[in-house]
Design a binder for this molecule. Structure first.
Ligand code: PLP
Length: 386
């Protein structure tokens, strides 16, 4: 007898993870003398946690603290350090009590969505988008409302695009810098979107996970722009601690207790030792900023090299470590194109279908967070790939 399988289980997977598995399999099948597969599909820093974070974790392991659960909203000292970060980076006053530590930004999404919305509510976001937004919304019975953004708005939503939504949605997710395009909302654009949301009672959710990884343009946090916004961030990108699974939210007053109750029930707490390490990462700026300088060099190189290699249609990324390329002149099947690029050029990249279900057959995402020499070699290989 076939038993029922819940609606949430029908959420599609995250295709990038399948591309990673395919690149691993391809690499494993190569002879030792074959050129390696260069990895431009993964969205995680090639660097590990900064030295100060590792030292703090090692000291915690040797110490007397049994490292049990922490409070659901996180270690008080880490929450205070995150609150100070808002003052230091943005000049914004975010009180410690409004900070919730989470298991990466990934755990913050269901906490925020469950706290802010009811099943059936409509939550808008621009395409192309980070796939789990849509998949988590759908799994929770919420309705994603896709706003198609393109090169004209640098793949970001605008007030003009949002004005077309009738009725206004219950929520809006923005990400700046965004994944997959790396493009940003200027501070005044984010402020205009926050005001648009506040005027209509739309809950703004701002994914700020790529803050710190931006190359010259100013950043703003939604925490300073709206008292109702939910801000999501993480130690996975600028802080280079992906596998430690620590992130955070800066919450509006009305969602603090709901999120705390949900976190108590769903996760109890983020891993204790990882919270200790994350707190120490705030004092590792020299090491972390050296990573940012490397990303910037690679980005500058790729922005010159990729157009010569047959990828001229790219929106120059302001941040993160991604370049989103329109390859419509070369293919209308980005999955097959990426597979051929991996076999023939030995360069793995992510097909756009993960990020944009309608137009993604003609786009792909290069991630340039790998070793600098690999990224330079990838550009050379792509120049020879036709
Ligand atoms: C835009 C965006 N948000 C959230 C995440 C999830 O990050 P975390 O490792 O903190 O769960 C990612 C991961 O790549 C991302 O690109």
């Amino acid at each position: 007898m076939a038993l029922k399988i819940g609606r949430g289980a029908h959420a599609p997977g995250f295709l990038v993870m399948d591309v990673i598995a395919a690149a691993n399999a391809r690499q494993a099948a190569l002879a030792p003398s074959d050129p390696r597969v260069i990895r431009m599909e993964v969205g995680q820093p090639g660097t590990g946690a900064p030295a100060g974070a590792l030292a703090a974790a090692a000291a915690a392991l040797r110490g007397a603290d049994p490292l049990g659960y922490t409070e659901a909203l996180g270690r008080p000292s880490l929450r205070a350090r995150i609150a100070a970060h808002y003052r230091d980076w943005y000049g914004a006053a975010v009180p410690t009590r409004r900070i919730a530590v989470t298991m990466g930004a990934s755990a913050a999404f269901p906490l925020a969505f469950l706290a802010a919305f009811d099943p059936g509510d409509r939550v808008a976001l621009a395409a192309p988008f980070y796939p789990p937004y849509v998949n988590i919304l759908t799994a929770l019975g919420l309705q994603p409302v896709i706003v198609e953004a393109g090169p004209a708005t640098r793949y970001q939503p605008t007030v003009a695009l949002l004005d077309r939504l009738d009725p206004a949605p219950d929520g809006l997710i923005v990400a700046s810098p965004c994944n997959p395009a790396g493009t940003m909302l200027a501070p005044d654009e984010l402020a205009a979107i926050a005001a648009w949301c506040d005027a209509r009672g739309v809950r703004l959710i701002s994914d700020e996970i790529y803050h710190g990884l931006h190359y010259g343009r100013p950043i703003a946090t939604a925490a300073a722009l709206s008292p109702h916004a939910v801000v999501i961030n993480s130690f996975s990108k600028y802080f280079s601690m992906t596998g430690w699974r620590v992130g955070w939210m800066a919450l509006p007053e009305d969602l603090m207790r709901p999120v705390e109750c949900l976190a108590q029930n769903l996760f109890i707490s983020a891993p204790h030792i990882c919270q200790v390490a994350a707190e120490a990462a705030f004092d590792c700026t020299a090491e972390l900023d050296a990573n940012v300088a490397r990303y910037r060099r690679v980005r500058d190189h790729l922005l010159k090299a990729l157009p010569c290699a047959g990828f001229p249609d790219i929106a120059a990324p302001d941040g993160a470590f991604y370049i989103y390329a329109d390859v419509g002149a070369r293919t209308n099947d980005s999955v097959a194109f990426c597979a051929r690029m991996m076999t023939e050029a030995g360069v793995a990249a992510s097909p756009g279908v993960d990020f944009d279900r309608t137009r993604g057959t003609r786009t792909l995402r290069f991630s340039y967070c790998g070793p600098e020499a690999d990224m330079i070699e990838a550009a050379d290989r792509l120049t020879r790939f036709r």
